[in-house]
Design a protein around this ligand. Structure first.
Ligand SMILES: Nc1ncnc2c1ncn2[C@@H]1O[C@H](COP(=O)(O)OP(=O)(O)OP(=O)(O)O)[C@@H](O)[C@H]1O
Length: 367
């Protein structure tokens, strides 16, 4: 396990009672403001000692109240990035980064410095003063500093929350690169669904009022609107994993291979065979009993009905098995009756290309 936690703690009127385990390298902590996400991170980092419990980080037990194990924060080798960069304003970038490396005295290596500087593209900023940097640049330096402290685990507490949309788009690819290229276990906190799907696309833990409402595969999490909160409930649906099959530049399209079926999407930069993960909202999927012909939508996926669940008075959620993956459609009860749905039945799911594009899916590509 990368991460195992079972803790109880009380802070004033707020009580935290959380247990979950994640075997994935990147774990997302999702939940509304005040749910207890930051408190959980502080407990992981050793900044708060819980009243009871047990914590295992990257295979190492750092806290066990029954066995009297209590590894202090500075010996947990945690890299922590906060909402605000919290850099030393009187030092330049190089010295701010050096502070992280100094902290890791025994492990300091020039090669690490060059690798981190290169990965975060901060070479041109090294001699600049902190005050003159944009929020996005500062956050990249904060991430670099955390990495250079030679951490065994990286905790990212809403690292994009204080940035405007432009800055966010500037920093996100670096965090994405970090989550893909480094071998470091990462816990990423956010209350934004798009960030969560992009960075923690395998394991999500949903926190609600100091409790764990869900811990498991991101695809399962995304199928449960009640976990997504009012702001994101309409985005409930599926994550489909596909590969870039070919590009069709004359039409501005790329063709993806998903379970031996084709999906057409606006042109992607990725090379042939690159993995791509798509977020398909259940409300953007239509169902047909026969393969539709003569329609403008390009994307039709054949699948078998796995389950049919009533959702309120007028809607029905239909889960289709598409090869080894699942795609959910949310249709009206009237349509479901007209389709005479039965488990095991072959259906055709129509996903409008434009519906995919609307989901800012260049950003989702390459997950
Ligand atoms: N030292 C403290 N004393 C009393 N209550 C506290 C203390 N620290 C945090 N809390 C309360 O604990 C709850 C959880 O706070 P926490 O910061 O962990 O939430 P969060 O999910 O990280 O929220 P956000 O997304 O806004 O950062 C809040 O109700 C907060 O007011």
């Amino acid at each position: 396990m990368m991460l195992e936690i079972d803790v109880s703690h009380r802070l004033g009127d707020f009580s935290l009672d959380c247990a979950f385990a994640s075997a994935e390298r990147v774990t997302g902590l999702f939940g509304p403001s005040g749910a207890g996400k930051s408190t959980l991170l502080r407990i992981l980092a050793g900044l708060i000692t819980p009243a009871r419990g047990r914590i295992v980080l990257a295979g190492r037990c750092v806290f066990d109240s029954e066995r009297g194990i209590r590894i202090p924060a500075h010996r947990r080798r945690i890299g922590y990035v906060f909402q605000q960069a919290r850099l030393f304003a009187h030092l330049n970038v190089r010295h701010n980064l050096g502070y992280g490396a100094w902290f890791a005295r025994a492990h300091r290596r020039a090669a690490d410095f060059d690798r981190v500087v290169d990965m975060l593209d901060i070479g041109p900023l090294l001699e600049r003063r902190i005050a003159g940097l944009s929020g996005g640049e500062q956050q990249r330096i904060a991430i670099g500093r955390a990495l250079l402290s030679d951490p065994a685990m990286l905790l990212l507490d809403e690292p994009l929350a204080s940035l405007d949309a432009t800055r966010k788009a500037e920093v996100l690819p670096y965090i994405e690169r970090l989550s893909q290229e480094s071998a470091l276990p990462i816990v990423f906190v956010s209350h934004q669904l798009d960030e969560m799907l992009r960075l923690a696309n395998r394991h999500v833990v949903a926190v609600s009022e100091g409790r764990i409402a869900f811990s498991g595969p991101t695809a399962d999490f995304l199928a449960r609107p009640e976990l997504l909160g009012a702001e994101h409930a309409r985005d409930a649906g599926a994550l489909l994993r596909a590969q870039v099959g070919r590009h069709v530049p004359e039409h501005g399209l790329s063709v993806l291979d998903c379970e031996n079926q084709s999906l057409f999407v606006p042109h992607l930069e990725q090379d042939i065979a690159s993995p791509v993960t798509l977020h398909v909202r259940a409300r953007d999927v239509m169902l047909a009993r026969e393969r539709p012909a003569g329609i403008s939508a390009l994307n039709v996926l054949a699948g078998h009905v796995e389950s049919v669940t009533a959702d309120g008075d007028y809607a029905v959620n239909v889960m289709l098995a598409i090869g080894h993956q699942r795609l959910e459609a949310r249709v009206t009860r009237r349509s479901a009756e007209a389709l005479d749905l039965r488990v095991g039945q072959l259906l055709f799911a129509v996903v409008k290309s434009l519906a995919l594009a609307e989901q800012s899916w260049q950003r989702l590509a390459g997950l």
